[in-house]
Design a protein around this ligand. Structure first.
Ligand SMILES: [Zn+2]
Length: 227
């Protein structure tokens, strides 16, 4: 039997029986009854003049109650963005606490903040799985993050041979690897094809491995959609 594709982080709903997706929704969007979703407060939201952290946290907690919401995210840190880094840390720490309290894994946005993210994981003794999305780091970055139990999700960077990830992909422990489309207007199949080529691996083996990672993380006996 063929495994499904697993798209761990996307912003678009693509109804397809052969793809399991975690779709990231805005806090204002109520959770649909079908499918899997994530809600979080992005560090960029701090830039919005009408943003209120307490109000956003309250709404986030409400959204996370739905069993269809598998993860809290995107949340994280972005050193290249103009939002005050101290406030980003405060917002991220509050979301770490919520993720731990509600036992929902996190999907992380990380721009040049690996060290701070690892330090905060240790500080909070976080037990929930974290998936760092859009990973495009070196072999050393990958080993450092995976060494702390952080999973890495890789997307359309795989289509650009000059990106660091094309060299470092094969060093990511397969039990900590996910694939995603994020904002890119490409099918997840294309990301799997590129990854399978770089790993010199049969695409069906890759699909099986990544689906197993998904099932292990959510540990809810979720089965693949019938084909
Ligand atoms: Zn995203």
């Amino acid at each position: 039997m063929e495994s499904s594709y697993t798209n761990i982080h996307t912003h678009s709903i693509v109804p397809d029986n052969q793809i399991i997706s975690i779709v990231n929704l805005d806090l204002e969007t109520p959770c649909p009854e079908q499918g899997y979703y994530s809600y979080g407060i992005h560090p960029w939201d701090l830039d919005n003049v009408v943003f209120q952290i307490d109000e956003a946290m309250r709404l986030l907690e409400e959204r996370l109650q739905s069993p269809n919401v598998l993860a809290l995210g995107e949340a994280g840190l972005d050193k290249m963005h103009k939002a005050c880094f101290e406030r980003q840390i405060e917002l991220f720490e509050r979301q770490i606490e919520l993720s731990e309290a509600l036992k929902k894994p996190m999907i992380l946005h990380d721009v040049r903040s690996h060290n701070e993210i690892i330090a905060l994981r240790k500080k909070h003794k976080a037990k929930q799985p974290w998936i760092l999305h859009g990973f495009n780091g070196t072999e050393k970055d990958a080993q450092q993050l995976v060494g702390q139990g952080i999973c890495l999700s890789v997307g359309e960077s795989l289509m650009h041979p000059e990106r660091k990830i094309c060299k470092s992909l094969k060093f990511i422990d397969l039990s900590h690897l996910f694939l995603e489309t994020d904002m890119a207007e490409i099918g997840i199949e294309k990301v799997y094809e590129a990854a399978a080529n770089l790993l010199e691996m049969d695409i069906n083996v890759l699909k099986t491995r990544i689906f197993a990672n998904f099932a292990a993380l959510w540990n809810t006996g979720k089965t693949e959609p019938a084909s």
